[in-house]
Ligand binder design. Structure first.
Ligand SMILES: NC(=O)C1=CN([C@@H]2O[C@H](COP(=O)(O)OP(=O)(O)OC[C@H]3O[C@@H](n4cnc5c(N)ncnc54)[C@H](OP(=O)(O)O)[C@@H]3O)[C@@H](O)[C@H]2O)C=CC1
Ligand SMILES: O=CC(=O)O
Length: 321
């Protein structure tokens, strides 16, 4: 069986694939271009993809009818046209669960950094501007006893809520598509309407997948409902936030600050005005970046790929519905 792996991933996964398949791994540190992706994948029975690879009808046409499985090295799969894959009988896999804690930790880290103005503090030291202890300088927001609004109470949303409820005594409100009675009782949490979450929360953390209902959910009208002292955290997908509206909200003081692990596009262009705002902390999409998480993602992605090639059920198959 012929497979293409679109980037170097941990050996924990690659070794499994190499022993079972004729495996070509993209060797460069930067992703293949669209043309290179299509060329390298052509004729393959399986492809192991990254979230930066767009997998759509054109891709399926070019790869050919022998393609059995696309295994994404990520839990998010908004880069893949899952419905089109299903129509063609191609299985799609992802890597849920094993990156939940790592990503939740980055969300909390961003929340601390944005609430306590760490970017401005680090810039101050780095730029040789630190002259004295400033009684009125770098004044941020307290965390203890505040309200966290979780947008998308799934695996990562719940892990963030637990950290903030049990660690900082925060009240938890959330949105999701379905009720979460177990979390309601564990965290004394309340499912509320989106607009109520925006107006009631001191901190808002985004954990939905990117889908048609969540695309640009955070726009001018959403920011207008948030408190001027509020902090927005996004570790989900950049496309959930209208970045022009976010820039305006941060610059005008409509909200206090933001912490982003994800942007649209990635990398964020050097010309993006968000880059120069002191109250916007930006990381280069490192949520799942721990040794254990990336090894486990590689193992699951390899197992999904091998199961799909063998015509067996994927251990973690994306539900086309
Ligand atoms: N920064 C990073 O490195 C990482 C980013 N991610 C991103 O985080 C996302 C979440 O991952 P994970 O927690 O594992 O996924 P889950 O599927 O467990 O959680 C997604 C949640 O979003 C909710 N949701 C979906 N649509 C809506 C909507 N319109 N309104 C409100 N809630 C909605 C779902 O609700 P319901 O439960 O009711 O269906 C679900 O609870 C991924 O899709 C990915 O994009 C993930 C890992 C690492
Ligand atoms: O963004 C990362 C993912 O796993 O999804």
């Amino acid at each position: 069986m012929k497979v293409f792996v679109t980037r170097q991933i941990p050996d924990a996964g690659l070794d499994r694939i190499r022993t079972a398949c004729d495996c070509d791994v993209w060797p460069e540190p930067l992703p293949p271009s669209r043309d290179q992706l299509l060329e390298k994948s052509a004729g393959c029975d399986g492809v192991l993809t990254l979230l930066s690879d767009r997998i759509d009808a054109e891709f399926f046409d070019r790869v050919g009818p022998q393609l059995k499985v696309v295994s994404n090295f990520a839990v998010g799969y908004n880069n893949i046209d899952v419905a089109e894959a299903a129509r063609r009988g191609i299985a799609v896999g992802n890597t849920p669960g094993v990156l939940t804690d790592a990503t939740a930790d980055i969300a909390v880290g961003l929340l601390l950094a944005a609430a306590r103005r760490m970017r401005e503090g680090i810039d101050n030291v780095t730029n040789q501007q630190w002259k004295t202890w400033e009684p009125m300088g770098f004044i941020g927001q307290d965390l203890v006893g505040k309200t966290i609004g979780i947008v998308g109470m799934g695996r990562i949303g719940a892990a963030v809520a637990r950290r903030l409820h049990f660690g900082w005594g925060m009240s938890v409100v959330y949105t999701s598509r379905s009720d979460k009675p177990e979390l309601d009782s564990e965290l004394n949490a309340r499912r509320v309407a989106f607009s109520q979450l925006l107006s009631d929360s001191d901190f808002v953390s985004i954990h939905t997948d990117l889908n048609p209902a969540t695309e640009k959910l955070f726009n001018d009208s959403a920011f207008a409902k948030m408190k001027p002292t509020s902090v927005l955290i996004n570790t989900a997908r950049g496309g959930i936030v209208d970045q022009d509206a976010l820039h305006q909200a941060l610059q005008s003081g409509t909200i206090f600050s933001a912490g982003l692990d994800v942007t649209e596009p990635e990398p964020l262009p050097v010309s993006s005005p968000l880059r120069s705002l002191g109250n916007c902390v930006i990381l280069p999409h490192i949520g799942s970046g721990t040794v254990a998480s990336r090894d486990a993602m590689a193992t699951i992605a390899a197992d999904n790929l091998l199961a799909g090639l063998a015509g067996k059920p994927l251990p973690h198959r994306v539900d086309p519905a």
